[in-house]
Design a protein around this ligand. Structure first.
Ligand code: HEM
Length: 397
């Protein structure tokens, strides 16, 4: 095992350069043992594509810490999320996912296209008038949040509050008090909204979930809260960075941007390559080893935490030719949405929203340039998400 000091895994200042760090690790020590800075637990970071696929679908590696002999409270992160589908194995996973699957199929999501186009149009109208936009605050954040809030039936005006709560709940170990307060505020808010829907159902996902809760054995109250929280968090924190990272990749690769301007229908292909080249989920949510498991040449002991590094897998030279080249014609499957039973439920929605954004940007603006020095961009803290905090651009028709 290479020493942990070799890799600045937890160093906020090194976040912008994480591709280089993962490349070194994947080459020298592809299943790398490290120690979590907050909990002091041993974590194995898995960086090769084939090994990531292997651990994600391994029957002796799963989502429930108790099956690995670990205390639930310490590792499950937020307690509400710990009751959601992303944190449980079958049969609970199968039951919870089945309840919302239908709302996210490609066909159902395609019906949202006119509304998504309308929202993107409004946001880009403003950018066209002003000649500039801050991609994250003016487009990448409000778009997915509005769409998921409308789908769920949660008032869009409250989006800044959800954002504060979801940030606090995603990092409970960093500030336990803030996480606890956010959990209470969120619970009170959704309980009140659920009571309204129970009294007068509407045509939204929350009303359907409340009906499922009332049927008793499908969904209990904490599962309902976990489901809503998971969907809101996913809607807030992921697509934002797919759009942000995509605009940045297009700014860094003017030839690809020109191609898109000439042929905006390439937007879908561009989305797939952004997902591979610089996907928004850097490290997939933690798993736990239920037994000793051999991954690559390394034996991971029972009770260990296992983290598939999706960003590293998607640039594995054993899987992709010229992995560091941004090539929108690549057509290569990737792991940005995960794999197996936990494969991202929201993938069709995230793909559609981002494709419409890239297509509309290319259709409206022949020129798009970065509005600050590249070195001024700030990267998100923490290993879960990859993206910049702000992305100012100047645009011209
Ligand atoms: C670009 C945007 C997105 C990316 C890159 C992404 C990525 C992922 C990944 C990697 C997983 C697997 C987690 C694991 O294996 O532990 C996942 C699961 C999930 N995602 Fe997404 N996601 C995105 C957008 C969304 C959106 C918009 C929604 C909801 C509207 C969503 C809802 C979910 C849910 C519910 C799961 C859990 C599925 C399960 O456990 O069966 N995601 N996502």
């Amino acid at each position: 095992m290479a020493g942990t000091t070799t890799y600045p895994i937890w160093d906020v200042e090194a976040r912008g350069d994480s591709h280089a760090m993962w490349a070194r690790m994947r080459h020298a020590d592809p299943v790398h043992e490290t120690v979590g800075p907050l909990t002091g637990n041993r974590i194995w970071l898995v960086t090769r594509y084939a090994d990531c696929e292997d651990v994600i679908r391994h029957p002796a590696i799963g989502k429930e810490p108790s099956k690995a002999g670990l205390a639930d409270e310490v590792f499950a992160g937020d307690q509400l999320l710990s009751r959601s589908m992303i944190s449980v194995d079958p049969p609970d996973h199968t039951r919870l996912r089945r309840l919302v699957n239908k709302a996210f199929t490609p066909r159902v999501v395609a019906a949202l296209e006119p509304r998504i186009r309308e929202l993107v149009d409004e946001m880009l109208d403003r950018a066209e008038r002003d000649g500039h936009l801050e991609v994250i605050a003016d487009l990448a954040f409000p778009l997915p949040v509005t769409v998921i809030a409308e789908l769920l039936g949660v008032p869009v005006e409250d989006r800044e509050r959800f954002r504060t709560w979801s940030r606090a709940l995603l990092a409970p170990a960093a500030d336990p008090t803030a996480a606890e307060e956010a959990g209470l505020a969120f619970t009170g808010y959704i309980d009140a909204l659920a009571a309204q829907r129970r009294a007068g159902p509407e045509d939204d996902l929350l009303s359907r979930l409340v009906a499922a809760e009332d049927e008793g054995d499908h969904l209990d109250r904490s599962e309902l809260l976990g489901m809503v929280l998971l969907l809101l968090v996913a809607g807030h924190e992921t697509t934002v960075n797919l759009i942000g990272n995509g605009v940045l990749a297009l700014l860094d690769h003017p030839a690809a941007w020109r191609e898109l301007v000439d042929e905006p229908t390439l937007a879908q292909a561009a989305v797939e390559e952004v997902l591979r080249y610089d996907g928004p989920v850097e490290v997939a949510p933690l798993r736990f080893a239920y037994e000793d498991v051999t991954v690559g040449e390394v034996t991971i002991p029972r009770g260990a935490l296992v983290a598939p590094v999706l960003l590293a897998a998607n640039r594995d030279p054993e899987r992709f030719a010229d992995p560091d080249t941004f090539d929108i014609h690549r057509k290569a499957p990737h792991l940005a949405f995960g794999h197996g039973i936990h494969f991202c439920l929201g993938a069709p929605l995230a793909r559609l929203e981002s494709a419409i954004v890239f297509e509309q940007l290319a259709q409206r603006f022949s020129s798009m340039t970065l509005g600050c020095e590249r070195s001024e961009l700030r990267w998100l803290e923490g290993l879960l998400l990859r993206g910049v905090t702000a992305l100012p651009v100047t645009v011209a028709s």
